[in-house]
Design a protein around this ligand. Structure first.
Ligand SMILES: [Zn+2]
Length: 330
């Protein structure tokens, strides 16, 4: 089968062996695949030889039965989305309800082949059926929506905090939108025109980051960029004894983390620094089904799977929120 593989910092269409599901796994044929800016070849995050892609909507071709488990059999032929993160289901953390913190957690497009291929295998337990009213373009954004629903769910609903969201990311924009719809006092601090344009379309309160006063007066700052510089910026906005949510690990290849600056600011202000990385897929499907969020502005470029290498290799990550590829026609 054909797959988009990264070699020496560039994507290429390569012939690779078709994957075989092991017991408990589903074989899925992607219909649409979405790539975030950090997954674009020029971002430098992908290891050479990796099939890229974490976000997909696809059709389940078959599920390999697992002894004693019936999960997934009913999904055959169904259109599905799913988490790129697979947990083992048997370690101490999985058994105690902390599967997001599984000791053997692996991610599509990283420790296992990604979804930019004619077929992928994934744990059937990770998959969720997509209702017919949700389009492929909406469904492929379900992982970003699932992350945003989870992050927004960690913000208490009755305290009326002042909230700033940092990072020009699809997840950050969606979190700001969900909190604004909850009538929270929230603003998006944008670094570039792409995120500002989405705020305009959605009617979200926003300011350019370099124009906002760093007065350390925000009750909550949600940092979604995943850079040390952005975390330090977040600490310049949060009030003493306020809270900073970190939603993405720093993936900068050449990051020299100024841990000294971060710990000094956290300590001086007695800031609560909290990591949030879960996903609420049922919540995301519920939101998509309600058709109350216009997701189209988050798709900044689209193309076909075959165009993938030419398209992806030419893109600057700073200009994009999600690049969506359509699967080859059968
Ligand atoms: Zn586990």
């Amino acid at each position: 089968m054909k797959a988009l593989v990264v070699h020496a910092g560039a994507a290429a269409l390569r012939e690779v062996p078709s994957p075989e599901p092991v017991p408990g796994e589903a074989l899925v044929r992607p219909l649409r695949m979405a790539l975030g800016p950090g997954e674009l070849p020029s971002a430098g995050g992908a290891r050479s030889g990796t099939v890229i892609g974490r976000e997909f909507v696809g059709v389940v071709e078959r599920v390999e039965p697992a002894p004693g488990r019936t999960v997934g059999a009913s999904l055959v032929g169904k259109r599905v989305v799913g988490s790129a993160h697979a947990s083992c289901g048997v370690c101490d953390r999985c058994r105690s309800g902390l599967s997001a913190h599984c000791r053997s957690r692996v991610t599509l497009g990283d420790a296992r082949p990604g979804c930019c291929a004619e077929l992928l295998t994934i744990a059937a337990a990770n998959l969720l059926e997509v209702p017919p009213s949700v389009s492929d373009d909406e469904a492929v954004l379900a992982p970003a929506v699932a992350a945003a629903v989870h992050i927004a769910g960690t913000v208490p609903g009755n305290t009326r905090p002042f909230i700033s969201v940092l990072g020009d990311t699809a997840e950050g924009l969606l979190v700001a939108l969900l909190l604004w719809r909850r009538k929270e006092t929230v603003r998006m601090l944008t670094a570039g025109p792409v995120a500002s344009a989405v705020c305009e379309k959605w009617g979200l309160r926003h300011r350019p980051l370099n124009e906002a006063g760093r007065r350390q007066d925000q009750d909550l700052v949600i940092e979604t960029a995943g850079s040390a510089a952005s975390l330090i910026t977040a600490l310049e906005f949060v009030r003493p004894r306020g809270r900073v949510l970190v939603t993405r690990a720093c993936e900068e290849p050449a990051c020299v983390t100024p841990a000294r600056d971060i710990t000094a600011a956290v300590l001086r202000q007695e800031v609560e620094l909290c990591g949030v990385r879960g996903e609420d897929f049922p919540g995301a499907i519920h939101l998509l089904k309600s058709a109350s969020v216009q997701l189209a502005p988050l798709i900044t470029r689209r193309g076909t799977f075959v165009q993938g290498p030419d398209l992806l290799n030419a893109l600057n990550p700073a200009d994009h929120l999600r690049v969506v590829l359509a699967a080859p026609a059968r």
